[in-house]
Design a protein around this ligand. Sequence first.
Ligand code: NAD
Length: 697
Amino acid sequence: MAGRVTYERKENIGLITVDNPPVNALGHDVRVGFKNALEEGLADRYVQALVLIGGGRTFPAGADISEFGKSLTEPDLRAVIAAYEASRKPVIAAIHGTALGGGLELALGCHYRIAQDTAQVGLPEVNLGILPGAGGTQRLPRLIGIEAALDMITTGKFVKAPQAKEMGIVDEVTNGDLLEAALAFAENVIDQKLPLRKIRDLTAELKDEGVFDQYRANFKKRARGFLAPFKCIDCVEYCVTKDFDEGLALERERFSECLNSSQSKGQRHMFFAEREVSKIPDVPKDTPIRPIETVGVLGAGTMGGGIAMNFANAGIPVTLVEANQEALDRGLSIIEKNYANTVKKGRLSQEAMNKRMGLITGSLSYDDFSNVDMVIEAVFEEMGLKKEIFTKLDAACKPGAILASNTSTLDLDAIAACTKRPEDVIGTHFFSPANVMKLLELVRGEKTAKDVIATSMKLAKTIKKVAVLAGNCDGFIGNRMLFKYFEQAQYLLEEGALPQDVDRALYDFGLAMGPFAMSDLAGNDVSWRIRQRQKSEAPEGAPYSGETADRICEEGRYGQKTGTGWYDYEPGNRTPQPSKTVEDIILKVSEEKGVKRRSIDDEEIFKRCIYALVNEGAKILEEGIALRSKDIDVTYVYGYGFPVYRGGPMFFADQMGLRNVLSDIERFRNEGVNGEVWEPAPLIEKLVKEGKSFDDL
Ligand code: NAD
């Protein structure tokens, strides 16, 4: 404990330094250290002011989240901050790196703040499903005004030092030595006899009384289903309706409500999961990395174009090869249009757009791949074509180049076997739209080399994706589970529901959209082709859920792109309208299959679809296709619009209680019309017997 916070005297100034690598998190030892150091400074009669600074790379960057949910040992952060604010000697916070969450709240308890020009400040608690619970919601609005504080607290966004100065969060910014500048600042406070500026005594400026309702209305859409942003708004409103101490007490109540909610548990689970999935047990940190300075992309369709943009955005030159000039021109013009839209929205400068476009070179020849460090293939999902292409890529690419496929379902080992270097082959499964979606599902073939995995994981970070490593099987982690989910969604139609019923239940559960709206968006023909392949590979008489979907496709209802799919679409409007034609098809299929239709409630709908994900997820875990249940959760939250506040399907199942999940699955199997497809995963049965959860694995 000793030594995490040190106190020393610099002439007439007491210097308090926290040294708790990596981010000076405000755990118990640090809090005790701060209290002791303050007492020392106050007792030191030669000292007239105090400077509080972070050792290493940052000012405290937040609370110690591993303490959340455990019983707190005194002093809590609020008591430490109150003690600093009450100090009779002025305290100056000297900020470098990132003063986030509790770190910024501590700085707000000081009387003055000075920041390095490269520093950033923020209150990102909302992203963990909580709110700043150590006075942040009461002090920040008093310092910078209600509107600016609402924006920062409800979005969790970071503010860079120069802007923080403009907003009034910090009093001075320095581009020189921070400690020197802070000591000089303190001298000045002493010389000028500047007052102890206690934020608690300020009045929060409110320009527009309607702002709270406006925020609530906005966040209803923007943060559908989330709890924390609304609690943040409530707290900021207390700055206007309550006095400081009352506001502080109410902030604490709202904080506890958030902290104890299942939402925050889910969001904190995701926070740790995202960090853990980057660790691959048999690919150690020191695995060599192959330099990736140039990339080739084959196919400039929906996926290829988006994939190319990722690399251009990261400053990596891309060679984009297509089958013919027309397809190449189309692909390039879509990329250009996408960038132009971003420029129009003011989120990218014209100059940056030109630079990015300049990094993408179109070509019709594989010869132009001869020097690239990695090629990602994104042509049609056909095994014959992929095999032919990998033979050609093997011949065209230099030794050591990584050959990657964006296949979403096909056998990666069969693709790798067409090359003389299967160790250089990996799956890089991007999600649509590839330039937007955060997930990159990497697929490890039987022979994929460890340095190819390490390189691809690192590359994912470079292009700002979260990579999850999956094993090779039909659909890998994400789509293999999705097949089971969609299977249930389709059986629900046969048994009595309509697409809009299924979609509504899952939308209300928190998914970005239900399965039928999603299929219309992705193109129903895509899953049709996959179903045809799977049907041809399945044993005779195997249960089949795709009759309705097949008929929808046979009628040319491919989804939004054809104007009709599971729903009807008015020209230029993407809002799904329930379709009478589709309803007729569904009723006909029920009749032909001899299924007596019944009314199905939302609970059965969401449980059947979500537990189908969970059950298959458990099988995937058992087979080692996913390394941890967290990998599945990250895949679903970042790749499939699963609500982050539910923590992913496996975490959600843990929260429901695996015993309950298993008993529902058994009921679906024993009582369901299509019950034969429900075979409980042995892993779930085992965990239930042992009284464990997925998270215990
Ligand atoms: P797409 O039909 O939009 O594009 C495929 C492109 O490949 C076309 O432009 C075509 O001209 C080109 N092409 C075909 N043969 C070629 C050849 N021999 N040489 C060069 N170019 C050739 O398809 P897509 O949706 O972009 O899918 C591409 C791959 O990505 C598939 O394997 C698919 O399963 C996978 N995928 C698709 C999605 C999605 O949502 N669309 C998501 C993840 C993965």
